[in-house]
Design a protein around this ligand. Structure first.
Ligand code: SF4
Length: 327
């Protein structure tokens, strides 16, 4: 039986952190068992916010390196860079003609970006969901793994598919979202989601020493002023991270923290050890692949060829449906 096709794209904004790993990359590896997957480094989308465009190339290569190191298998999945299949820009242009401006200005992430970067509200930000729709529909993906916050974008993709199908004939499937269980990884400040821009992240490729130093600086229970004070693990982010990285040890940490049986420094050192153990294999593989950029480039080239073949087929159909004159 033919397997359903999954598409997922991720922005190439630079160094990945452990929150990205649990939010997306780990899931990419798991999805390969049940779906035909296309994983795309969305370099063009990244230009909407990236200040230095010269970083977009190296960042794309690094994103692919991270995926391969994590276990995405290029024999089973298609790994490619968005701009290497330029048909997506053409499709986005046709979709832009079907999308009212008023719909795009209401997209929550657009409004958020307007607040975050008022000095750079570029048209690319407004067209972001249209290009995302083109990314997904170009490959006729049936399933898109997304976080809840991405749901409005995917709904817009479905609307675009419906509009195109109604106007030009049945062409695109309406993709379903796949929400996966992912632990919320808060940053080392314990306040917000882990994020590179917030400066509260543990980079995936940090060394063991760097990881330990970062974890040692993590915010804990603010009411635990002295070693002899009992702590409140239920409000401590270090405890939450123990639950992710060493769940078998978490009950013991809970008990020791609540009875002042362990100090925060020792507790953090245990956590740092667990994080380092968890990512040891990934980091070794990543270092190995980083030393072989030509291999990673060859994977992306092959990915672009495979994705391009699907894209070209779709575009022949799209142009015919629209009624454009053939050459
Ligand atoms: S002992 Fe651990 S869980 Fe308890 S407050 Fe300190 S760091 Fe947090």
């Amino acid at each position: 039986m033919a397997r359903e096709r999954v598409f997922s794209g991720f922005r190439v904004t630079g160094e990945q952190h452990i929150g990205n790993y649990f939010g997306a990359i780990k899931n990419y590896v798991a999805l390969q068992a049940d779906y035909d997957c296309l994983y795309c480094a969305v370099d063009v989308h990244s230009l909407t916010t990236l200040e230095d465009a010269r970083l977009v190339g190296p960042n794309s290569l690094e994103s692919a390196t991270v995926m391969l190191a994590a276990g995405v298998d290029p024999e089973r999945s298609i790994i490619f860079v968005q701009s290497h299949v330029p048909e997506v820009m053409e499709l986005a242009e046709y979709f832009a003609m079907l999308t009212p401006l008023s719909v795009l200005t209401r997209v929550p992430t657009f409004k958020e970006k307007v607040r975050q970067q008022p000095e750079n509200v570029n048209a690319g930000l407004l067209g972001y969901p249209v290009l995302m729709a083109a990314d997904i529909l170009l490959y006729k993906a049936a399933v898109v793994p997304i976080g809840i916050d991405q749901e409005p974008h995917l709904e817009l993709t479905r609307e675009v598919a419906r509009k195109f199908n109604n106007r030009f004939g049945d062409t695109f499937p309406e993709p379903a979202s796949k929400h996966t269980e992912t632990p919320l990884i808060r940053g080392l400040d314990g306040q917000s989601k882990m994020s590179k821009s917030m400066g509260n992240a543990i980079p995936l490729t940090a060394t063991s020493e760097e990881t330990t130093a970062l974890v040692r600086a993590a915010v804990t229970d603010p009411q635990r002023a002295r070693r002899t004070d009992p702590g409140r693990p239920e409000i401590c982010n270090v405890y939450a991270l123990h639950q992710v990285f060493a769940p078998e040890r978490a009950p013991q940490i809970y008990e020791q923290c609540s009875t002042a049986g362990i100090g925060c420094v020792d507790c953090k050192l245990l956590l740092a050890g667990s994080v380092n153990d968890y990512f040891a294999e990934f980091r070794a593989k990543h270092a190995e692949l980083r030393a072989k950029p030509d291999y990673v480039r060859s994977v992306l080239r092959e990915g672009a060829e495979r994705a391009g073949a699907i894209a070209r087929e779709t575009m022949v159909e799209v142009r015919e449906r629209i009624g454009l004159m053939a050459t």
